[in-house]
Write a protein of this length. Structure first.
Length: 84
């Protein structure tokens, strides 16, 4: 496991990804990436767009739209689960 620090470039925070990780995942500068938070594990998942978990991009977009539309209800359900 490699440890890295976030650093500021302009108004953005940047995370350097080690070259060996980029090579292993076939990632390069300019690639479009999907970033997902796994709140249960407290981790960030990063994958190349279009290769993300084998899920079709159109389907992923529809899921994003669903989540945005029903976010308030989903947050209520998530909070109820946390209270248990």
């Amino acid at each position: 496991m490699a440890t890295r620090r976030l650093f500021k470039v302009g108004k953005s925070l940047v995370l350097e990804i080690p070259e060996e990780v980029l090579l292993a995942l076939d990632m390069a500068e300019g690639d479009e990436l999907v970033i997902e938070l796994d709140p249960r594990l407290g981790r960030i998942l990063i994958a190349k767009a279009g290769e993300y978990s084998g899920i079709d991009e159109e389907f992923a977009s529809e899921v994003d739209d669903f989540i945005e539309e029903y976010r308030p209800a989903l947050e209520v359900l998530a909070n109820k689960r946390k209270e248990k």
